[in-house]
Design a protein around this ligand. Structure first.
Ligand SMILES: *Cc1c(COP(=O)(O)O)cnc(C)c1O
Length: 366
């Protein structure tokens, strides 16, 4: 069987380095908030190009903490609005509502699956405080127009960079395009830990300081609490593993690009709509290679019968989820179409050329 994502094989490539490092952390007797975290934060900040990187427990916490910090700083208030794409993974939206802020959904473009920047302005009200952009499936979304909008209405731009580490827009890394960015190192992400992990990057010193305190019980100084904070830490073992894997992220993203290029140039079945390869290939890190077809169920069954594992990202749009009952009657036709038609093909830095060939042949025969 060709797995959707062979995590075992991905991590096996780094086994020796990881083993040696794990032993070192094990023997150190220091497991939280130590030199591994510090060193990973510095390396991540320098890789992304920001002044600050803060390790946290997971990607959802990263986004929650950015918004919570803006509230503590007096920049946002409960019931303020945050614009977010209507087809994102639910976590981007949870981070907003968890803070008592109001998510305002904006439809994506059907060609890029990313938020349609030209549809943002009509959703801006006097309560809007931020635009949470999501570099969905690994494709960077940004433009001068977006920057101008944020400036005109005094909005923060927050990046959900859970799926696009290593991507660039105009020579700038995702995670350094807006005011702050949240990262996820969930095992299946392009940079994956061996468990949960996340981070925040920003150039805003006050924001970084506030987030550090919030993630540590609301405290900058032991037993002195300035906020009603939480506990969201990136542990030494995960930080050490991530630091090793960060060295290979560019190489691994490049292999993903090679697979994507082959899929795009060699799949030629008119029943299948392929994703667009951006003119500037550094804009895409291909976290997910997603095709669209009106015959999704048939195609998925056919691929399963032929030992190809596929997934659906995502089957239910956020506004149709029970968790957001109040939105269930609203209509976001582009999101709904996407959720009905998409299917994700295997893509990873450990796929063999023959595996890619087999998938292409099967798709062309469908
Ligand atoms: C994975 C993901 C998250 C959440 O990250 P976790 O580490 O699972 O909490 C947030 N947003 C997007 C777009 C994601 O893909």
């Amino acid at each position: 069987m060709i797995k959707f994502l062979d995590l075992q094989k991905i991590n096996l490539k780094h086994q020796e380095e990881i083993e040696a490092k794990l032993l070192q952390v094990f023997q150190s007797g220091w497991y939280l908030m130590g030199k591994e975290l510090n060193s990973f934060e510095q390396n991540l900040a320098s890789y992304i190009g920001t002044h600050h990187a803060i390790g946290v427990a997971n990607g959802l916490d990263a986004l929650r903490l950015i918004l919570r910090a803006y509230i503590e700083m007096g920049i946002m208030n409960t019931s303020d609005e945050v614009i977010v794409p209507s087809n994102t993974y639910i976590a981007s939206i949870l981070a907003i509502s968890d803070n008592g802020l109001v998510p305002v959904l904006v439809e994506p473009e059907i060609t890029t699956y990313n938020i349609n920047i030209s549809k943002i302005e009509e959703k801006i009200t006097s309560k809007t405080k931020a635009i949470l952009i999501v570099h969905l499936y690994g494709r960077a979304v940004f433009s001068q127009e977006l920057k101008n909008l944020a400036q005109k209405y005094n909005l923060k731009i927050i990046e959900d960079n859970a799926q696009a580490i290593g991507g660039e827009w105009n020579g700038i890394k995702t995670g350094n395009l807006g005011d702050a960015a949240g990262f996820s190192f969930y095992p299946g992400k392009n940079l994956g830990a061996l468990g949960d992990a996340g981070a925040i990057t920003t150039n805003d010193e006050e924001l970084a300081k506030t987030i550090r305190a919030l993630a540590n019980y609301g405290s900058n100084k032991k037993y002195v609490n300035i906020y009603q904070g939480l506990n969201s830490r990136l542990d030494e073992i995960q930080a050490a593993i991530l630091e090793i894997k960060l060295k290979y992220i560019d190489e691994e993203n490049e292999i993903r690009r090679e697979v994507a290029r082959r899929y795009i140039s060699e799949i030629s079945n008119p029943k299948i709509i392929l994703p667009e390869n951006p003119e500037n290939e550094s804009e895409h890190v291909w976290h997910i290679f997603l095709i669209r077809t009106e015959k999704r169920e048939e195609l998925q069954t056919y691929l399963t019968e032929n030992s190809i594992q596929t997934l659906i990202h995502y089957p239910i749009p956020p506004h149709k989820q029970e968790a957001y009952k109040e939105w269930n009657t609203q209509s976001f036709p582009i999101s709904e179409k996407i959720h009905q038609e998409v299917l994700s093909l295997p893509i990873s830095p450990v796929m063999e050329a023959e595996e890619v060939t087999k998938i292409i042949e099967l798709l062309n025969k469908f």
